[in-house]
Design a protein around this ligand. Sequence first.
Ligand SMILES: [Zn+2]
Length: 265
Amino acid sequence: MDHSKQTQYSQNEKKDAGASSSVLNGHFDGMAKRPAGGTGRAATAAAAQPPGAESSSHRPAASVMESWREERTRSVEDNEMSLPSLAAAYTTILRGLGEDPQRQGLLKTPWRAATAMQFFTKGYQEKIIDVLNDAIFDEDHDEMVIVKDIDMFSMCEHHLVPIFGRVHIGYLPNKRVLGLSKLARIVEIYSRRLQVQERLTKQIAVAITEALQPTGVGVVIEATHMCMVMRGVQKMNSKTVTSTMLGVFREDPKTRDEFLTLIRS
Ligand SMILES: [Zn+2]
């Protein structure tokens, strides 16, 4: 296949690939499921080979797809209701750290910390399907779509400290395309939850696969884990790189290389 005419957008351009075409009033209920084996790989960039596809995992489609149809686990009302108990928990943490929660500078800290934590995890308040319903377009477009450098801020589920970095997404459309800013929304929803980088990478790729039924999808995330940097496990400037390749991105080395070259350029 010749994809020499790839379209490449940077996240800043916010070019809406589907603006001129008809909106698919889609719910995804009627869509055929297709198997999505994923593969994630982690490596510290300093020592790393370039991210690429491996076919080490062939998970049954159903278990991977669950995340796509998941229910919203938290509402804005839930936030209000749980704020006092969250704040009380932070008071306990302050005491446990040897601090005096009554100290002037800390008086409002439990409430601030609780509110901040709710914000950092606001991805639980949203479902991917709600974001995408009006954003998928039918278009006669079969060139590789690349979106590079989507900012990502997440929280490590093992230590509750930040993971941050950049997400690169590419897909080869099979008629359906997605407004490009929506790719960033998918990243935002999944990353604003407690995460591990490998799962985040896979969830983004699977969501795009489910929504667009493309010929292939590639997602690469380069991220810094503060739990590793601050404990000296990882150097400040080294990054953890994960990738998930689905469909033709996994099966065809040429397509995959094209994607990996484009996101580095
Ligand atoms: Zn961690």
